[in-house]
Write a protein that binds this ligand. Sequence first.
Ligand code: DCP
Ligand code: MG
Ligand code: MG
Length: 366
Amino acid sequence: MCTHLLTDVEDRIVLLIDLDYFYAQCEEIRHPEFRGRPVAVCIYSGRTENSGAVSTANYEARRIGIRSGIPIIAARRMATQDTVFLKADLDYYDAVSMRVMSLLRMFSQKMEQASVDEAYLELRGKSYEEAEEIARQIKELIRKSEGLTCSIGIGKNKLIAKMASGVNKPDGLTVVRPEEVDTFLLSKKPGDLYGVGKVTESKLSEMGIETIAQLRDAPLSRLQSVFGSSMGLWLYNASRGIDDSPVEERKREQYGRIVTLKENTRDRDTLIQEASRLVPEVISMVQEDRQQFRTLSFIGILEDLSIRTKNRTLNEPTDNAQDVYAVLPQLIDSFLSEHTALIRRIGIKVSNLSEKKGQKKLLDFS
Ligand code: DCP
Ligand code: MG
Ligand code: MG
């Protein structure tokens, strides 16, 4: 069965699905009255009324200069009268994200979630026409079930798919066939290669490399002497559209869930009760992935938004909810004895994972 290893890379098609202006689009869904107005979703640091940063903005807001990463104060200066400023509701966006990701999983066994709003899917044995049709179905499904638009890029590898997804945002669908890769890349700048940051870009520029064509002319040895052997090789390959990195689910290191409390509190019973409510969901994720954990953490986010954690490592790995219920009150007690501030959000997390052996799913035998 290893004969297909060599053809692996050639016969695959990669899709990158990225949700458009994700946090802001989530807000437009539950507040249709905001549609058409500039919307900025902000993470407030809490220090002063407007301290913090914009985490994302809808396209109306981007048109007036409001975008991810800028200080809220700067965004307020650019804002028109009808601009809406909202506090980020990460629990809500996470829940939407999880639902979208499970929809995407239906389209391929090979999926890699790359961030809260994007994932790579790998298709095999399909034509580019078929891949494009699948992309349309994905867009339709996400729109029907969640009301969200996304942009999809299709290419022969992750690099090309990711770059293609950015071409026609929002609600884009861009296919770059293997024979189009050269034209596509030569129309871009080195800084457009996904993975080239500002530092690399300016180093390249110092070397006199301003275009992809010039990057291709640079000898591998020169790139490696400036950027190190692996980054040098990556640049050499990327400028030629070569990227062999596999689409694979990143190994999870933890499972967890966080909620915002109805009101800030230090009440032991309330904390135990609210934390216990998170247990079934976390445990079912662990069990579904056939994992076990040894470490359990109670997370408390205090009034000033600082995050504090109490951990307990068990002697034996487990995937059992009862073990969690047994330890939680002790963790909460020691948390309360160490921190005097009111608690605003709480969470539980399990980590120190290992695979649960001996129970295979039917699928594994096929
Ligand atoms: N995000 C953030 N801070 C940043 C960048 C992003 O909090 N500096 C969050 C908010 C975004 C989400 O991550 O909604 C996804 O990031 P994207 O880069 O995909 O940006 P958007 O989905 O917001 O916009 P686009 O339509 O360009 O994909
Ligand atoms: Mg996005
Ligand atoms: Mg994204």
